[in-house]
Design a protein. Structure first.
Length: 467
């Protein structure tokens, strides 16, 4: 079989697989867009195939690689069954991704929205986003992978805020802000300004003993510029998580990463792609202080809810006081965070909302009564009324309840972590229905106002009648 004949066979196989796979209903909101994008890429491959003049054309390997990429995208469809991941949280991620991953077409200068596809797999949290769009890729496909075993743990899903930062880094709108204003400020002064500064910081006599011991163990080592870039990117992505999900992200961050680290000062010197956990924790603690997220939303008058909130914040803000892990000044963080906020200029609601004390108290009390944490009141006439609530407010209440559960239970039975998560997940699902109803009411009210204004204006005069 010649290379060209093999390529044509692969092309036909991928086309058949795409058609066969998308006959099934996987419940994906973006299924039509996903299919259309894969079909477009297949057509681009076919246009190249028909130009090949020989059975061993040098362009064949490139097109085989393109087909392999498309086949991989098609295979991911089969891991997108509803029920394998948290559908309510998937919708939250999709809406935030639409803001962070929006791009501008280099050909038309118009907006290009991403295709965000959800799957479940047996590994950790991950968003695999393509590096760019071109003539063969009209829209960027971002694959959001939920850990199958944690599908209902929405409190842990806040870690997706970090992964969204990675995906945004490669876009031509948010990415330009990240690569320019944000990273420029984070690397303006301090250990991340260049590889020599980072090496000096690691070798410093002021470094904690675990770091100094690791340096003695390794002996000679060299920090490369790409490692400085990697550390800067990881810390920036942590800051994105904080902006999107608030203190709930910090709680999830510590809960997920701490058990996997040998110690908070664990450092791989030969290929240090990630900074020590102590550095990441200190960066988040300092950023919480800069954003004013380090103080409780409730007061002592709120009793056990205030105590629970204080416990949650103590967990998120826990710090050993060693100055070495502080890579940034508060002023650097303030400038960088301000630049990062501009990523959400088109929809500021994609950023986390700090709850009020009344919000925290209300949502936590509902959890203590085994109810999903939403805003719901009953009027004197017995009519239920619901209000808007953001995901960050819901997750914040969930973490507060979890840390104060021993004193918040009302019937002698504490909610375990899974049940706490399931109630928060149910709240996100109910909130989506509430938001749709509120939006419909606003549209109806606008129409009533417009109709009333037309009646008040009276019939059109002769001069007002169009000719």
């Amino acid at each position: 079989m010649t290379p060209l004949l093999y390529l044509k066979g692969e092309y036909r196989s991928v086309c058949d697989t795409l058609d066969e796979t998308l006959r099934h209903d996987y419940g994906a909101k973006d299924a039509d867009d996903y299919y259309a994008e894969c079909e477009h890429r297949l057509q681009a491959v076919n246009r190249r195939i028909v130009t090949f003049s020989g059975e061993r054309d040098p362009g064949i390997p490139e097109q085989l690689a393109a087909l392999g990429n498309i086949a991989n995208r098609v295979a991911l469809i089969e891991r997108s069954h509803l029920g394998e991941f948290s559908w309510p949280f998937a919708e939250v991620i999709r809406e935030i991704a639409d803001v962070m991953l929006e791009e501008r077409s280099l050909k038309t200068n118009g907006k290009v929205m991403p295709i965000v596809h959800m799957i479940a797999e047996g590994t950790g949290y991950n968003i695999r986003s393509e590096k760019g769009i071109d003539a063969t890729r009209r829209r960027r496909i971002a694959i959001v992978a939920f850990p199958r075993q944690l599908r209902h743990h929405v409190l842990m899903h806040a870690i997706f805020g970090h992964e969204l930062g990675h995906a945004a880094f490669h876009t031509n709108i948010a990415g330009r802000i990240c690569r320019g204003q944000v990273l420029r400020e984070l690397r303006r002064i301090g250990p991340l300004r260049d590889r020599c500064a980072l090496a000096d910081w690691v070798r410093s006599d002021h470094a904690p003993e675990p770091i100094q011991a690791r340096v003695r163990e390794v002996g000679q080592f060299q920090i490369k510029e790409r490692q400085v870039e990697s550390w800067s990117l990881e810390l920036m992505c942590d800051l994105f998580g904080l902006l999107i999900f608030g203190a709930a992200f910090v709680a999830a961050h510590r809960t997920l990463l701490e058990p996997a680290a040998k110690s908070t000062y664990d450092l791989e010197l030969r290929s240090p792609t990630h900074p020590p956990l102590a550095v990441r924790r200190r960066t988040l603690v300092d950023a919480m202080k800069v954003l004013g997220l380090d103080e409780p939303t409730t007061t002592a008058a709120d009793g056990v809810v205030h105590d629970a909130e204080r416990l949650m914040l103590d967990y998120a803000l826990e710090d050993d006081g060693d100055p070495w892990p502080a890579m940034f000044t508060h002023e650097q963080l303030r400038i960088a965070l301000a630049a990062m906020r501009s990523v959400f200029a088109s929809n500021v609601s994609a950023m986390g909302k700090r709850p009020t004390g009344a919000t925290t108290r209300s949502l936590v009390h509902r959890l203590s009564r085994r109810l999903p944490p939403i805003f719901e009141t009953i009027s004197e006439k017995g009519v239920a009324r619901q209000e808007a609530m953001t995901v960050s407010e819901c997750l914040y209440a969930g973490w507060v309840y979890w840390f104060g559960r021993e004193n918040l239970e009302t019937d002698g039975i504490e909610l375990d972590f899974l049940k706490t998560n399931r109630l928060c997940e149910q709240a996100l699902l109910q909130q989506r229905a509430i938001d749709l109803r509120i939006a419909a009411e606003r549209v109806a009210e606008k129409k009533r106002v417009e109709a009333g204004a037309q009646v008040a204006a009276g019939p059109a005069t002769v001069d007002e009648v169009p000719t």
